[in-house]
Design a protein around this ligand. Structure first.
Ligand SMILES: CC(C)(COP(=O)(O)OP(=O)(O)OC[C@H]1O[C@@H](n2cnc3c(N)ncnc32)[C@H](O)[C@@H]1OP(=O)(O)O)[C@@H](O)C(=O)NCCC(=O)NCCS
Length: 430
């Protein structure tokens, strides 16, 4: 069965503190955030920038002006200009795609040192004109006389002037992520109480991990440009004082009448960036680096978005484990991306279900049971935030650091993504 051999080493990972959109980084772009994370990564890893051979970055809502954020990061950080860069978009698994693409380059021997990661600014989303208004603008630009230019706008209706912002909705199903998660909660019988309990666990653990200094290895300090008078030292979405009572009082957002998903048990709209440095095992050894982990295997998969949209990881997991020649029982550290508490609990339910194994995975037996209390030991996306393009790199870094801290040998990352996609990655300590 296929796996990386020789292995691909994760040398270091670093991220900006994550911030609720519209707060600390309200005036920054995803590119600004990506540059901050990559600059810090290169400095912390102590590598010669000349040795980097490629930069791959995930970004879900690209800037219209600089869509290839990866190359812009190279050009904007003082890295040697001969380093190529490309940007990947695989929804919330974009940084995972960046990391696995980097690992594939290294495995093939095409590179031995690659930076991968992702960035997102939900404070800086492109607001588009309607198609009719855009046509009028283009038409006016082609007219020579003032009358001709103005004439292009006479057919517009008031609704054509309304701005068009990107929605967090599937273009195939028309449902938002939140509505899709509501559907999963309903079909799997995931109660509001169970979701709130899981959300509280995320906050309490994230607060504890922050207070204990556990994130120092992976979270940088950002002195926010251009004023440099705001020093951001940690994530600003974590609420260590969250209680079940406070969570229970929040109104459902996506199905106001019968729904169970609230601002408290969903991941919030977030700005941030994360980056990891990957090397071939041989190069890492030759340069005296102590890797924080190794990538053992991965698998991407997809399911029908009209079924349960955020169950992609369930389909990716068996392949990733088979490729690593491991079973779920071998895994000591599990990090599952928390788009919604309802999604994590649904993923866990399906992973443990014999019926799902037989009907959807073509397996006689399920992979095994995961206790929600044993995963995401330092909190997850509900508490820490979820800058779409960056989350995968945050989680890979956290799993590696947790493997080092706990001494466990194998770690698992799962991330669900729009379009019914999902990824599972198996990491190992040494
Ligand atoms: C759910 C969502 C709509 C909420 O957005 P929002 O209304 O701007 O959220 P806020 O942070 O303002 O929180 C709303 C309220 O809940 C409260 N709240 C949020 N989390 C809480 C917690 N853990 N404990 C107690 N109260 C909490 C806030 O204090 C706020 O209260 P207020 O109105 O009295 O100020 C938004 O976060 C969202 O769209 N999330 C999903 C994103 C998504 O789809 N991602 C894709 C996943 S793959």
């Amino acid at each position: 069965m296929w796996q990386y051999n020789p292995r691909v080493a994760v040398i270091k990972g670093v991220r900006t503190p994550f911030a609720k959109s519209g707060t600390h980084y309200a005036r920054l772009t995803a590119l600004d955030l990506g540059k901050l994370a990559v600059t810090e990564l290169v400095s912390r890893a102590g590598i010669d920038p000349k040795t980097v051979q490629e930069l791959i970055f995930g970004n879900v809502i690209p800037s219209v002006k600089a869509p290839n954020i990866a190359r812009e990061i190279v050009l904007g950080t003082g890295l040697p200009r001969r380093i190529p860069g490309y940007t990947v978009g695989k929804a919330c698994a974009s940084a995972n795609q960046a990391i696995t693409s980097a690992a594939d380059l290294i495995f093939r021997g095409y590179a031995d040192t690659v930076i991968a990661g992702g960035a997102e600014s939900l404070s800086d989303i492109p607001i588009l004109f309607s198609r009719n208004f855009a046509d009028a603008l283009v038409g006016a630009s082609k007219q020579k006389s003032v009358g001709g230019k103005l004439g292009q706008f006479t057919k517009l209706r008031p609704k054509d002037l309304a701005p068009d912002a990107p929605a967090l909705a599937e273009s195939t199903t028309g449902l938002t992520m939140g509505e899709s998660a509501e559907k999963m909660a309903r079909e799997n019988g995931i109660s509001r109480e169970a979701q709130d309990k899981f959300a509280m666990q995320s906050h309490v653990r994230a607060a504890e991990a922050t207070a204990s200094g556990r994130f120092k290895d992976e979270v940088m300090t950002v002195i926010v440009p251009p004023g440099f008078d705001n020093i951001v030292e940690g994530d600003n979405l974590v609420r260590g004082d969250t209680t079940l009572e406070a969570l229970a009082k929040l109104r459902p957002v996506f199905d106001r009448k019968y729904g169970t998903i609230t601002a408290g048990n969903a991941s919030p709209l977030t700005d941030g960036a994360a980056a990891v440095l990957l090397m071939s095992e041989e190069k890492a050894k030759a340069e005296g680096h102590k890797p924080i982990g190794f990538i053992k295997s991965y698998a991407f998969a997809a399911t029908d978005p009209f079924d349960q949209l955020l169950q992609g990881p369930v389909f990716a997991l068996p392949t990733a484990l088979e490729r690593a020649k491991l079973t779920l029982g071998d895994i000591g550290v599990i990090e599952m991306h928390e788009a919604f508490a309802a999604q994590v609990l649904s993923n866990i339910q399906w992973i443990g279900s014999k019926k799902i194994a037989q009907e959807k995975l073509g397996r006689a037996e399920p992979l095994g049971d995961i206790d929600p209390e044993t995963i995401n030991r330092t909190g997850g996306s509900i508490a820490l935030g979820h800058p779409f393009g960056a989350t995968g790199a945050r989680i890979v870094t956290t799993v590696c650091n947790e493997l080092q801290r706990t001494g466990k040998q194998f770690g698992l990352v799962t991330v669900c993504a729009a379009g019914g996609m999902g990824v599972a990655m198996v990491l190992e300590k040494e």
